[in-house]
Structures are given as structure tokens and as C-alpha cells.
Ligand binder design. Structure first.
Ligand SMILES: [Zn+2]
Length: 146
């Protein structure tokens, strides 16, 4: 009974998607790339079979993708679906990682402050709310603080 009450008072946080994003307890979060064991190409998100038209292998291994990348392109968003309204305005971007992977992601930071080719770093945090209004934890990129 006491356990149940404790659970109810805990914040209900939903995880974005276990196949693409990992948040280890004692290490920084990372995106999961899928490396084809036959042709060696790395894909994100998960693709099976390998989309390489000369390959089509179904054997993939998970690799941790680099946590830093460069903004390829971005756009500022002012109107979103109901579960994203409390996060507006926001910036969405394509971020290129050194593995040759282009990731579509939300950017954490002030709208209008980002530039193409800017280096950004992966973080975990709320990206939208579920239908009960509780935050969903996902990946996003932020400016590198140094
Ligand atoms: Zn392949």
C-alpha cells in the first residue's frame, strides 16, 4: 500500500524510444547507431535490413554514436501539436555526426541563437508531454558550454 502511494507521487516520465537512445546512470546519454556487420555502414535510427542497395544484410550491431556533431540545417518552430505547445517556440535541426549519420533533433536553447556548422552536444531532457501532460524524456542537442 505504501509502495503504491509512493509510486503515485513520483513524477511520471516516459522514455522517448529505447531503440534509439540510452541514458546510462553513471555516464552521459548517447544515441544508438546500427552498424551493418556486412558493409560497415552505420544507420540511425534502426534499419533492418541494411538500406544499402548492395547489401541488405540483416545483421546489425549497436554502436554508441558520437555525442557531438555540427548543425547541418535548422528551423525555428512557433506552432506545434498540443503535446509540444509548452515547449514552443523551439528550434529543430539536422545534426551531422562524425559517423556520417544525420540526426533530426530538437535543439535546447534560445530560438534564433543557432547557426549552421555550429558544434552541438547531445543531452537528455523533456522534448514533449504525454497526453496526461507529463514530460517525455528524449534526446536533443545544445550549445557546447566551454
Ligand atoms: Zn550493409
Amino acid at each position: 500500500m505504501a509502495d503504491k502511494k509512493q509510486k503515485e507521487t513520483k513524477e511520471d516520465i516516459t522514455f522517448f524510444h529505447p531503440d534509439i537512445f540510452e541514458t546510462p546512470e553513471n555516464a552521459p546519454p548517447f544515441l544508438k547507431g546500427y552498424k551493418c556487420k556486412k558493409c560497415g555502414k552505420i544507420w540511425f535510427p534502426k534499419f533492418v535490413p541494411c538500406p544499402n542497395p548492395d547489401c541488405w544484410s540483416e545483421e546489425m550491431e549497436v554502436v554508441a554514436l558520437s555525442r557531438r556533431g555540427k548543425i547541418y540545417s535548422y528551423t525555428d518552430v512557433y506552432i506545434g501539436q498540443p503535446t509540444m505547445r509548452s515547449y514552443m517556440p523551439m528550434t529543430m535541426a539536422y545534426v551531422d555526426l562524425p559517423e556520417g549519420v544525420r540526426v533530426f533533433s530538437q535543439l535546447e536553447g534560445e530560438v534564433g541563437s543557432f547557426r549552421c556548422d555550429e558544434e552541438v552536444e547531445l543531452v537528455a531532457g523533456p522534448v514533449r508531454n504525454n497526453l496526461d501532460g507529463k514530460p517525455i524524456t528524449g534526446y536533443k542537442f545544445k550549445k557546447i558550454s566551454s
